[in-house]
Ligand binder design. Structure first.
Ligand SMILES: O=C(O)CCC(=O)C(=O)O
Ligand SMILES: [Fe+2]
Length: 269
């Protein structure tokens, strides 16, 4: 564990501090990165979009291709990918536009020392609700379900206050530089996280005791950044009652992506 400063301000950008902290600890927090009325509008839209999704699931009226997608990846039921925003009367560019209007391109150009890739494929809104604890995630490294050869950077930002009444995120700022090898254990459940996270949690806890966790109490527009190797999980306490809505975006260095992947919605910035 390092004592590197990890909390920054979106107003008074310390670009060198952010890059150094990310390199050393694998995660940083930037307060007030996203702001303005757009954020609140997205929050209200996200609530209506998830309400529509719930209703369509309940009445079995999801469009067949959307249903097939959730059948394939059941844990994605608490996400709405940008590519599906049109189904909820929203532009698929909503998150990308918020990204462009923020200081994020400038921060990332500094981190990557030049151009980088924005992944449209991974830009989503997510809901975590205490009424559906099965979608909480235990400690994991995102590298396990992303291409392990590429170091992604993830931006996670709540659309509402979270960490007290609503679930948030907690991170372990250990500066890990690799994903833990898959141990090839037999599956323990149908859900992706049944098989990865809980297992991993038991294995990592002896190495990372609770004092090393970095739980987050966040305001709308605060942003967490973490790389593919950073251990993190849903932060949840027994007294939480409210659903949390948040935005997610992922970035890559300016790689030469293989054909087939290249066309999946990566934008060079
Ligand atoms: O939002 C959550 O509760 C978990 C988020 C997470 O693991 C991720 O976005 O990588
Ligand atoms: Fe994750």
């Amino acid at each position: 564990m390092t004592s590197t400063k990890r909390i920054f301000s979106g107003q008074d950008l310390d670009l060198n501090g952010i890059s150094t902290a990310l390199e050393e600890t694998g995660c940083v927090r930037i307060n007030g990165l996203f702001k303005g009325p757009a954020l609140d509008q997205i929050y209200h839209w996200a609530k209506t979009a998830f309400a529509q999704l719930d209703q369509e699931i309940q009445s079995n009226s999801l469009p067949p291709d959307f249903k097939a997608y959730f059948d394939l990846v059941p844990h994605m039921i608490n996400h709405i990918p940008s590519g599906r925003f049109g189904h909820f009367q929203q532009s698929p560019w909503l998150i990308y536009q918020l990204f462009l209007s923020s200081a994020l391109p400038e921060i990332l150009k500094h981190i990557y020392q030049g151009s980088f890739l924005y992944s449209g494929l991974h830009s989503v809104v997510r809901r975590q609700t205490p009424s559906q604890p099965r979608w909480y995630t235990g400690f994991h490294q995102d590298g396990h379900f992303l291409n392990p050869d590429w170091k992604f950077l993830h931006c996670w930002s709540p659309l509402m206050a979270c960490g007290i009444d609503a679930p948030s995120l907690e991170l372990i700022p250990a500066g890990l530089k690799a994903i833990r090898p898959s141990l090839g254990k037999p599956d323990q459940g149908q859900h992706y996280y049944d098989n990865r996270d809980l297992d991993l949690e038991l294995e990592i806890l002896p190495f990372f005791p609770e004092q090393t966790f970095w739980p987050q109490i966040l305001s709308p527009g605060d942003a967490l950044f973490y790389d593919s190797y950073c251990l993190h999980r849903t932060y949840v306490t027994p007294t939480m009652t409210e659903p949390r809505y948040n935005l997610e975006m992922r970035f890559l260095p300016d790689l030469e992506l293989p054909p087939g992947i290249r066309d999946l919605g990566f934008i060079r910035v």
